[in-house]
Design a protein around this ligand. Structure first.
Ligand SMILES: Cc1ncc(COP(=O)(O)O)c(C=O)c1O
Length: 460
């Protein structure tokens, strides 16, 4: 008969594999298992230590043992091979899942009333107070009356597209490329949308002034830090100029600061800080620094728009999830959030540095990259004639997942040579080999093109 510790290990592995013990689940206590298997506590400890060595579980001092968040069975060859430059959710290994689980449990107790009723459409007042303090760290100073809790930044963006604005204007201007979810919101709601090219150097401010002056722009949508997909961040000077132009031509700015917390430079100011009166609508998602599944973000609006925004919010979903709001409120109050942000800032900065080093080492001449100091995204500008769509297909065959940036443009502005790489969920150890594969695919597609000129039929 197998040794007792091996039996314990095999039972736990089976439960993890069949999902009975999901990622982050707490394992039975040592005493419970020693009773059940009629063995000593040392035998259980031996099994747990072995499972820890195999990276299947981990210990939390004074709490117990937990299943790791991203366990991959050694037999799951496909999963082990996958190089994920595609996922846009936060790094699962960097998330405070256990702490947050406690906050959710507490929220069920503390916010029973709100769970059984529809709650404040603008968001829990106590959470709004917490958010006021939290936003101060990002140089956004406002009051709870102007702050809304929304069901993800996407909800605020969706509503703003169709909402009337105090300037009475009708059209939308956005950077090109930009966040795909915003393009979808504009296209599906049939808004008249204009684009302005954003490069790694920034915007042409004269062109911006021209667009503001001549195109009846109600708001300019911008992602000023760690842009999606470019990774570009504006200088403070550029942000100030953009706000001045918006004031001059009576245009609103919708500032999507989705990754603001990751900025390693505390001197970088949001556009909001250059006009806190309301010219800039500030939106901050909790999907990247916390969990996309919470569906929570905050939006700061000008006084003139509060009433209309509240009506739109009510018509969209009454109020954002009470459970998510309660848990985030408890998490912010506990003070754990700031520690978490400090930790993840380092994680993403390191991964972004590794990615750029690998690109410098492996990518062929004629290929350029953007150079963000942190954030999730970097764009590879492929050599002429190499299409990102083809690259994505080829890379998939090598188990490297990346994104074609073509959908991150309005139809009339499309570029086909931009590949978006996300570092959020890729394993650090795979960054180098993933970029090598990208380099190989570029070389293949360039070689194939030469071949195509000489012997077209062989390729068909
Ligand atoms: C720039 C940008 N804004 C907003 C969002 C959506 O945020 P949320 O999950 O809060 O709706 C994303 C998601 O990837 C994004 O990249």
């Amino acid at each position: 008969m197998a040794a007792k510790y091996a039996m314990i290990m095999s039972e736990i592995k089976e439960q993890v594999a069949n999902g009975t013990l999901g990622p982050g689940s707490k394992l039975p206590s040592v005493r419970m298992l020693s009773d059940r298997f009629s063995c000593s506590k040392n035998t259980v400890m031996q099994a747990y230590s072995e499972l820890e060595r195999e990276h299947l579980i981990y210990a939390v001092p004074k709490s117990g043992y937990y299943v790791v968040n991203e366990y991959r069975s050694p037999h799951d060859e496909h999963a082990n091979k996958k190089v994920d430059f595609l996922s846009a959710g936060p790094d699962q290994k960097a998330m405070p899942c256990i702490e947050f689980q406690h906050c959710i449990n507490q929220a069920i107790d503390l916010y029973k009333e709100e769970l059984f009723n529809y709650s404040d459409r603008q968001g829990f007042y106590s959470l709004r107070l917490q958010l006021i303090k939290y936003l101060q760290n990002l140089q956004v100073f406002t009051d709870p009356e102007r702050l809304f809790i929304v069901s993800g930044a996407q909800q605020a963006l969706h509503m703003l597209v169709s909402m009337p604005f105090p300037n009475g204007k009708r059209n939308i201007l956005m950077e090109q490329p930009t966040y795909f979810g915003f393009i979808e919101a504009a296209l599906l709601q049939k808004a008249t949308a204009f684009g302005i090219e954003l490069t790694t150097e920034g915007l042409d401010l004269d062109l911006l002034a021209y667009m503001f002056r001549n195109n009846d722009i109600k708001f300019f949508y911008t992602v000023p830090r760690f842009h999606n997909p470019l990774g570009h961040s504006y200088t403070n000077e550029a942000k100030k100029r953009i706000v001045q132009l918006a004031q001059k031509y009576d245009v609103y700015i919708v500032e999507d600061d989705y990754l603001g917390d990751l900025d390693p430079n505390p001197k970088h100011a949001p556009m909001f800080s250059y006009d806190p009166s309301g010219r800039v609508i500030y939106i901050k998602s909790f999907s990247k620094v916390m969990l996309p599944g919470l569906r929570l973000a905050t939006a700061v609006l000008p006084k003139l728009m509060l009433h209309t925004f509240l009506r739109y919010k009510f018509s969209a979903d009454f109020n954002s999830s009470a459970l998510s709001q309660g848990a985030l409120d408890i998490y912010l109050k506990s003070g754990m959030f700031q520690g978490h942000v400090k930790r993840i800032r380092k994680v993403y900065q390191r991964k972004m540095k590794l990615l750029q080093e690998a690109c410098d080492l492996h990518l062929p001449s004629g290929t350029f990259i953007s150079r963000p100091s942190s954030g999730f995204y970097l764009t590879v500008f492929l050599p002429e004639h190499v299409k990102a769509g083809r690259m994505v297909d080829l890379l998939l065959r090598e188990h490297v997942h990346a994104d074609d940036a073509v959908r991150m443009f309005l139809p009339e502005y499309r570029r086909e040579n931009m590949l978006r790489l996300s570092i959020s969920q890729v394993n650090e150890e795979q960054i180098g080999s993933g970029v090598e594969q990208i380099a190989r695919c570029i070389a293949f597609l360039q070689g194939k093109r030469d071949l195509f000129h000489s012997r077209p039929s062989s390729l068909l």
